[in-house]
Design a protein around this ligand. Sequence first.
Ligand SMILES: [Fe+2]
Ligand SMILES: [Fe+2]
Length: 305
Amino acid sequence: MTIIVDQPPFENGNEEQIQKKREELELVLDGGFSIPHANSFGHNFRDYDVESERQKGVEDFYRVNHINQTVDFVTKMRQEYKKLDKAEMSIWECCELLNEVVDESDPDLDEPQIEHLLQTAEAIRKDYPNQDWLHLTALIHDLGKVLLLPSFGELPQWAVVGDTFPVGCAFDKSIVHNKYFLESPDYTNPTYNSKYGIYSEGCGLDNVMMSWGHDDYMYLVSKENGTTLPSAGLFIIRYHSFYALHRSGAYKHLMNEEDVENLKWLKIFNKYDLYSKSKVRVDVEKVKPYYESLINKYFPEKLRW
Ligand SMILES: [Fe+2]
Ligand SMILES: [Fe+2]
């Protein structure tokens, strides 16, 4: 099957356009919301209503997210999902399973999610033909969204998608809808609310607890199943929704040298992730053998989830 979606290629976009596009697509891209966004700032009330409704939906989402993503919550989630007792399946099987998730929640996507993932991967492959690990990373980076499915705990949206951020230290001002952190119990906890909190200078992001979601879950699954992906691949998987880091440059004081190197790859990846709803046509059956070979190279045949 092939698809065509109208969108200018991102190569031509400047930072401002990219940012605007990101805000438009924000949670829709991440499989989150079914609230339609206005396609222009119109002069009639209907456009205004749609736009304000959408913004309210996003705000509500982040309010609940910011209040509930605490050190306590993340600790519990990590313990629960480290058991890897939810399913046993291959990477490709999970790609197919993900189709079930996004079909329901994303009104803009009429193609199966697997094609959406392959568009991102194929776009990167075209520009970085020798980085096969990056192609595979693109294919799998969102697989953690299976957390929305009943057999994976059917977690609420705020615990699966949206921007992520560190917990256990002060929340950076650049985090989206920052004001809602005032209602977080961690905000007034002196152990967690200083610049370093429970961490130390240059401790490495690996040692930092991130708000729980599909990013951290897929990172955990990959690591625990012994993937041989390079650390840059794992970095992309874990931090691709960490916009305070890769867009705003926050939390540098927690990074080590390896993080600094890996961040370069994440910035490259992120441009492709944003524009994965491109008009590139992908024939799933045609490219499947290539991605199967990458899966065999970097992952065991069956993974515990
Ligand atoms: Fe994602
Ligand atoms: Fe993505």
